[in-house]
Design a protein around this ligand. Structure first.
Ligand code: PAF
Length: 273
């Protein structure tokens, strides 16, 4: 496995398909499932490990975001990654004069609670796409709005890359895997699994023909009773990220909650287990 630190060290292999999994490290089974999907579909798999400062707000966790490059590299090796691109901040951002910003789909939900976050995501993903020139790129549906934003950027700016969005990987109790789950105390970790349970109840109620608004009210009340501070819970169209009051097969139920100092996001489709 090659470990590259600078874009100049990479030249795209010819005659094979390049699959790309961008990450911020602190790898878990969710990331590994994306790498395995890329491995199954592509001749050459590239993973980036870069904790991107521009997608963190001033009061967010950039400094304490978990970093363990040695372990990340071992995991990449185990799933058969060919190349890891792990630049430092100065290499990626010698200046910060250009920003890639997607309008519309970024404005609600995470965009409203984390101002500037998606500009950081689209800027770094655009840079990584230009550097790696992947044929396919893999993202986890846990970050549903991020998937919608990147899809829109790729369409609007004609990036020659096919996107693959892969279902969320969960702990045995249903908690969606996330590098930030490490911040939870043992008590918070136990309670965190209730988010998935409440979302399933809400989803099942709506799928059985109940009113979407009533299902959301009940979910919010249940989550608050469980000890979560609810930033939002909503039914959305996953392409536009607009709220919907009419359940269609592709709709998804999204939520963001806070537990102590830790923010959790999750979402379910109508057919998500
Ligand atoms: O999903 C993430 O880990 C990040 O937002 C990404 C796509 C690697 C960009 O920094």
């Amino acid at each position: 496995m090659n470990v590259l630190r600078h874009p100049n060290e990479w030249s795209k292999p010819i005659g094979t398909t390049v699959g790309f999994v961008p990450t911020m490290g602190a790898l878990h089974e969710g990331h590994l499932s994306l790498m395995r999907a890329a491995r199954a579909e592509c001749g050459h798999v590239v993973v980036s490990i870069f904790v991107n400062p521009t997608q963190f707000g001033p009061n967010e966790d950039f400094q304490r975001y978990p970093r363990n490059e040695q372990r990340d590299l071992e995991l990449c090796g185990e799933v058969g990654v060919d190349t890891v691109f792990a630049p430092d901040v100065e290499t990626m951002y010698p200046r910060r004069t250009t920003v890639v910003a997607v309008r519309g789909v970024t404005e609600r939900w995470e965009g409203a609670f984390r101002p500037g976050h998606f500009d950081g995501v689209t800027t770094v993903v655009a840079k990584l796409f230009h550097i790696v020139q992947p044929d396919l790129a893999y993202f986890g549906l846990k970050d549903l709005q991020q998937c919608a934003v990147i899809r829109r950027m790729v369409e609007d700016l004609n990036f020659p890359v096919r996107l693959r969005f892969c279902e969320t990987v969960r702990e045995p109790d249903g908690l969606a895997m996330s590098s930030r789950n490490q911040y939870l105390s043992p008590e918070e970790r136990r309670r965190a699994a209730l988010l998935y349970r409440r979302l399933r109840e809400c989803r099942d109620e709506a799928a059985a023909g109940g009113s979407l608004a009533a299902s959301l009210d009940r979910a919010r009340i249940a989550l608050e009773a469980d000890g979560f501070a609810v930033d939002y819970v909503a039914w959305v169209d996953p392409v536009t990220m607009e709220p919907t009051d009419r359940l269609q097969p592709h709709c998804r139920l999204i939520a963001a909650v806070r537990l102590g100092g830790v923010r959790l996001i999750d979402n379910l489709g109508l057919d998500t287990a």
